[in-house]
Structures are given as structure tokens and as C-alpha cells.
Design a protein around this ligand. Structure first.
Ligand code: GLA
Length: 381
């Protein structure tokens, strides 16, 4: 990939680029908890976004996406990131860096990646983090990784309209080969935990479904749990988010919340507890218990939080029935995308065959399989 970017860059701009990479992410467990300052357990993957970048001594930025085979140019003095275009993520990061006081001069940029779009591996966070890393490196801004992640999150809020949490860009920035991050989304700090799966492997099954209202449904979930927090604060004045409540307080929470809000709050409260437990199980290499937590997480996301869909439920439930599988659940924001599955390595070919055939039979659609290995976070190459 790096030599392709360099060659493409040279033929477009007649100079040689500085290269940067930022990975996509998986999430072992801890879904929809990050924007309630809860715990999540993501890891960076080997797939990601590569960029080549070089100064151009102009007042413009010239971009070329190899994957879309499209060019895009914007003037640094006047540009406005608009929703729905790949260049928005670049303009978004530039706008936020400028607001933060970094004097970003003109540059040329080539981008390519190997993250399947819409799979839920968070290609947009990887793109923003790659841009932040590349600009910081090229102009020697020395921007701390945490700030790059925060700008990437803000860019998603402002320019893509998704009020996401910090998990995706944080995981892309801080990933460590062979490790998952037990990330506390209140302090924005993490503990690295070695992922030793023995005879088992992680594999994603892409439903190839993307529901069009996913972004607005995501934002609505966030508003719903924020409303629960406001109601609960009357009785629990010390809570800032649902993360501050534990599963043994659910009885009281149920009495206080309207019936429509309670299941959503229950998901956040129980999911935070599951993340902690799952990290303990992984440390002690109790993969059976770890897999059981994945299943519980899926049930909670599907029944309580209602961010699954028939295709994801089908994939998870079909996977649970297979003898070589310890756990499976929907991963990421939901309403489509992938499931993450913990499968015995020698069972993988049978797993793929059976899952493919069942999915095809049920929905007349093709499932894709994405094996994942845990890789390093964003870096200059
Ligand atoms: C998306 C968001 C994340 C997180 C997940 C759900 O990936 O970008 O911040 O909320 O959904 O866990």
C-alpha cells in the first residue's frame, strides 16, 4: 500500500510524500457506553487508512482519493466542510486544527484504505486520525494523540452530524499490537490488556446492511439516555452519567424512570459492568465466560437498547448455535454492519461456510467475512 501511495503521489504532484497510517477498530465489548462516560474495550486492527502528504507552498489543499478515484481542492482562506463527502473529514480536521491555533499551510494529499466501508470498523475515525497524524508530522506540530482523537470526534459531531463518543478515534490513535484497551471514557485513559485467545480467533461477519436512519437513531439514543440522567439526578444528585450507577441500583432506577426509558438505561448500566467483567475474564483466559458476556451484550443491545436489526440478530443467533463458537454479538453503532465472533481457529472454514449459507437462505444476501488481527495505532511510516 505504501509504495502505491508514494507512486500515485509522485505522478499527481511530482514530489515525494510523508506517509501516515491510522487503523480501524474493533470493539470486544462495551457498546453505546462511551457517550455516557462509561467503559469500552476496543482494539485497533491491521486494516486502516494510509495517507501521503506534502507541503505545496500554496494557499490551497489538493486532495486525491485513490479509492474513489476523485480529486478535490479547497482554499485554506475559505472552505466549508459539508456532510456526505469524503473530503469533509479532511476539511473538518483542518478547520478544527486552525481553530485550535495551528497555522496549517497548503498541502497535497493522497488517501487510500482497506477498511470495508459500512462494516463498522470505523473508517471515518481512521481517516480523521490519519489526517491529524499526517498534518502534525508534516508541520512538526507535535499534537498529542489524545487531542487528535478529540478533534476527530468533534469533526464527526460538527460536520458529519453524528454525536458519537470518543471510542473510535481513541482506539485508532492509541492501539497497541496484540492488546485491547480497557478505556474509561470519563478520564479518557486506558489500561492495555493482552489479548491471548489460544486456539480461538476473532472474525467479523459483515451483514452488508446499512439502515439509512442509523445516524439519527444513534443521536436519538444518546438524547434518550441523557433525559434519563436528568430524571435520575433528582434522586441521585451525585450522578453525572448512567456510568455512575451499578446493576444493584436497577430496582430503584426502574421505579424512577418512565417505562419507555428504563430499558435503555438498563443497557448502559449493565453493559458497563459487563465490560469490566469481560476484561477480568480475558486476563484470566476464561474464554468461555468471555464469550457468554458477548452473547449477553448482544441481547441487551437488541432487546433493551434496540440498536440491532433482523440481519444482525440472525447472524448472532446462528453463530451461537455452532459448536466451535464461544460468543458473538453486533459490533459498533448497530442498525447494520458487522457481528464480532469468537471462533475456534480450526473451525473457521466451517463457520464461514455455514454462516454464509444460512444468511443467503434467510435474506438472499451475501455475508462477508473479515478476519481481524490486533495491530498498532496511528503512526508516521
Ligand atoms: C459508533 C460511535 C462510537 C460508539 C459506538 C457504539 O461506533 O462512533 O462512539 O458509540 O458506535 O458503541
Amino acid at each position: 500500500m505504501t509504495s502505491q501511495i508514494t507512486q500515485t503521489f509522485q505522478s499527481h504532484f511530482s514530489t515525494s510524500p510523508l506517509l501516515a497510517f491510522a487503523p480501524g477498530r474493533i470493539n470486544l465489548i462495551g457498546e453505546h457506553t462511551d457517550y455516557q462516560e462509561g467503559f469500552v474495550f476496543p482494539a485497533a486492527v491491521k486494516q486502516g487508512i494510509w495517507v501521503g502528504i506534502q507541503k505545496n507552498d500554496l494557499e490551497i489543499c489538493r486532495l486525491y482519493s485513490m479509492d474513489f478515484d476523485q480529486e478535490f481542492t479547497f482554499e485554506l482562506a475559505a472552505f466549508s466542510p459539508k456532510k456526505g463527502h469524503w473530503a469533509t473529514y479532511i476539511m473538518g480536521m483542518v478547520a478544527l486544527l486552525k481553530q485550535a491555533g495551528y497555522q496549517v499551510p497548503g498541502f497535497d494529499l493522497v488517501i487510500s484504505g482497506d477498511i470495508p466501508v459500512g462494516s463498522g470498523l470505523s473508517s471515518s475515525a481512521a481517516l480523521s486520525v490519519a489526517i491529524g497524524t499526517a498534518i502534525s508530522g508534516l508541520f512538526d506540530f507535535k499534537i498529542p494523540k489524545k487531542n487528535i482523537a478529540l478533534y476527530a470526534q468533534k469533526s464527526e459531531h460538527l460536520y458529519a452530524g453524528v454525536k458519537c463518543g470518543i471510542m473510535d478515534p481513541y482506539a485508532s490513535a492509541f492501539g497497541k499490537e496484540g492488546h485491547a484497551m480497557l478505556l474509561d471514557c470519563r478520564s479518557n485513559s486506558h489500561e492495555e490488556i493482552s489479548v491471548d485467545l489460544g486456539d480461538y480467533s476473532l472474525i467479523l461477519v459483515n451483514s452488508n446492511v446499512k439502515h439509512t436512519l442509523a445516524d439519527s437513531a444513534y443521536n436519538k439514543r444518546r438524547e434518550t439516555v441523557e433525559e434519563s440522567v436528568r430524571i435520575l439526578q433528582a434522586t441521585f444528585p451525585d450522578i453525572i452519567t448512567l456510568r455512575d450507577l451499578s446493576p444493584d441500583q436497577l430496582g430503584k432506577v426502574q421505579q424512577l424512570l418512565p417505562a419507555a426509558l428504563f430499558p435503555k438505561a438498563r443497557h448502559i448500566i449493565t453493559e458497563c459492568a459487563r465490560v469490566y467483567e469481560a476484561a477480568e475474564k480475558l486476563k484470566t483466559k476464561d474464554l468461555v465466560a468471555f464469550g457468554a458476556l458477548l452473547k449477553e451484550s448482544h441481547r441487551s443491545l437488541s432487546h433493551d437498547y434496540e440498536v440491532s436489526c433482523v440481519e444482525l440478530d440472525f447472524l448472532a443467533e446462528t453463530s451461537w448455535k455452532l459448536e466451535g463458537v464461544l460468543g458473538s454479538r453486533m459490533m459498533g453503532g448497530g442498525f447494520g454492519g458487522c457481528t464480532i465472533n469468537l471462533v475456534r481457529t480450526d473451525f473457521l472454514p466451517t463457520f464461514e461456510e455455514k454462516m454464509w449459507a444460512s444468511y443467503q437462505k434467510e435474506f438472499g444476501k451475501k455475508a462477508d467475512f473479515i478476519p481481524v488481527q490486533i495491530g498498532e495505532g496511528a503512526r508516521l511510516i
